[in-house]
Design a protein. Sequence first.
Length: 371
Amino acid sequence: MATAIGAVVRSLSEVLGWHARRNGSPVRNLGREIYLLMDLSTTCDILCSHCFRNAYTPAPRTMTARELEVLETSVFPHVDRLAFSETAEALHVRMMPEALSAARRAGIPFIRIQSNGTHLSPEVGKVLLDHALNVLGVSLDAVTPETFARIRKGADWEQVVKNVRAFARMRDARPEARTRIALNFSVMVQNAAEAPSFIRFAKELGADSVSFTHLMIETEEMRSWSLIHDPVRANSLFSELREEAEQVAFPVLVPEDVPSTLKPFDGALLESPCYHGPCQAAREKWVYLMADGTCHPCLNLQDCRPMGNVFETPLSELWFGPRNQSFRRGALVSGHVEGCDHCKIFIDPSETGNEMAYMAKRLTTRSAANL
């Protein structure tokens, strides 16, 4: 028993980042191990019908060149994986080339950018390939101009499709290029009929994979657009998508089937946390970095107390600070922490019958109640 307990303690210490002892005190050691999810800016050049910006518009903020220098010296050296865009459009940020250069100079081995494709010009594409971007994700949500215009308002269908196809050809013309193109499709009532044909369409564009996801519910109106309330239709569609992917021999990610009955979320706050289960954010050492430098231990905790600000305190200090350590200790030991009143990123199988399990990734029960 003592041996087993010792193993658990050692494992937890390693996960939390505490290592060998020196003069009787644990030594803090943060190496290259962080999965950093960040935004250089708070802005986006289009307004999708299902975007959180329909419910909340963040104040305009873009990182400065001086702040980027701080990231290169005190943040990026600790990063193993970097997602350069989480809640905003990255490719229209003027300093994106400099940010990519800083990340590569700092030695980050894996970088991903998510985009709406509007600014994926040949010049931008060359920058991405020159910096050996690992994955470029592009959200399309349609295969026809009409559906695209209804969902991705402000974007031009022909231009975006042209941009993706041109980038794929540019990538293929470089034998050494390793950049993968991953297309995204948020399934909703408005575009469900086009989902099956999206697979062949993505392959024709030169993409390497497709991810189908449930609509992330941000407003009361969006709840009526979600297929989770029509399990028969949803599951029939998901089955068709899997069959189509197999026929085309193309990598496709499809959601799990929706339970035949869902417990509706009525807006009442939960008295205590209801999510208990493995926390990938804690185990994979996530940090979400906002455009103003504010850090949270998880993208799902933006309405909770932050770890601190990397433009004021080095990331290594924030990592071992009370907020992050409390989050990680709670997530890894007890299975939940304050703020994770229902996790939208990692759904416990026992909770998939609850509508809350399908709510937006950015919302906790408390903020979802404001719907």
